[in-house]
Design a protein around this ligand. Structure first.
Ligand code: G3P
Length: 247
């Protein structure tokens, strides 16, 4: 079955070029998703880990690495000083050959992480440069990643959209910047809805990371909208009955 997005005929899910990653830190959910062949990698962040109740970061991460040794896994440094970020990056990188170390594009004072990114790249670490929201940041990250053997540049499209700006043209420009480097992939981060997967596909974005909740909606892709309308009416009717509402 094929899907439509604007005037473009969409491919089947398994034929999409954009790689779908799962964004989350619930161990059981990650292991469940690892069984799905179309989930090609995993991303985490400190906010997601806190939400999932992760108590021991290193233990959590190493359990995930042991359980999912065959797909890219992203784990973020926690420090705010570049020297300590570097130490943590080297530690995290040592957890597995499929581990990408997430380095925020700046520290909390807004100081650029690019010198650190360049140093870690020269040392051969695989990085996921994260929390980018502007094209200037994409340019700077790519410059620092020159010579990498594998890196992701994570642009937070959903947070761009949260400000009322359409992220699609921004992401399309980011694709062309990132494509100038052979081993760097653009990652559409902070997705907000399932449609973002198809938007990322159309612009040639390499990767999109999607929350577990959105991934569970993949069964809806291609669903007949008349049937979906009927289910919606039935849902409201059943909930009204179940609540015992009367007028
Ligand atoms: O993990 C990175 C990103 O996908 C999180 O996005 O905006 O929902 O916090 P956000």
């Amino acid at each position: 079955m094929y899907f439509k997005l604007g005037s473009t005929r969409m491919k089947r899910l398994e034929e999409l070029r954009v790689k779908i990653f799962a964004d989350g830190a619930e161990k059981e959910g990650m292991l469940e998703l690892a069984r799905l062949p179309y989930v090609k990698g995993f991303t985490t962040n400190p906010t997601l880990m806190r939400k999932a109740g992760v108590a021991n970061y290193a233990m959590f991460a190493q359990e995930i690495v042991a359980a999912i040794p065959d797909r890219p896994l992203s784990f973020e440094v926690l420090a705010d000083e570049f020297e300590e970020m570097e130490r943590q990056a080297r530690l995290i990188s040592g957890w597995g050959s499929n581990v990408y170390v997430k380095i925020p594009i700046t520290n909390t004072r807004g100081e650029s992480s690019c010198p650190l990114i360049a140093r870690l790249t020269a040392a051969g670490l695989k990085l996921n440069v994260t929390a980018l929201l502007t094209l200037e940041q994409v340019h700077a990250a790519c410059e620092a990643l020159r010579g990498t053997s594998g890196a992701f540049v994570s642009v937070f499209a959903g947070r761009i959209a949260d400000t009322g700006v359409d992220p699609v043209p921004v992401m399309a420009q980011a694709v062309s910047i990132v494509n100038r480097l052979p081993c760097v992939e653009l990652l559409w981060a902070s997705s907000r809805e399932l449609l973002n997967i198809f938007q990322a596909e159309v612009i040639g974005c390499h990767i999109i990371t999607v929350t577990h909740d959105i991934l569970r909606k993949l069964t809806l892709v291609g669903k007949d909208l008349t049937a979906y309308s009927l289910e919606t009416v039935q849902q409201f009717y059943h909930d009204a009955c179940a609540a015992g509402y009367a007028l």
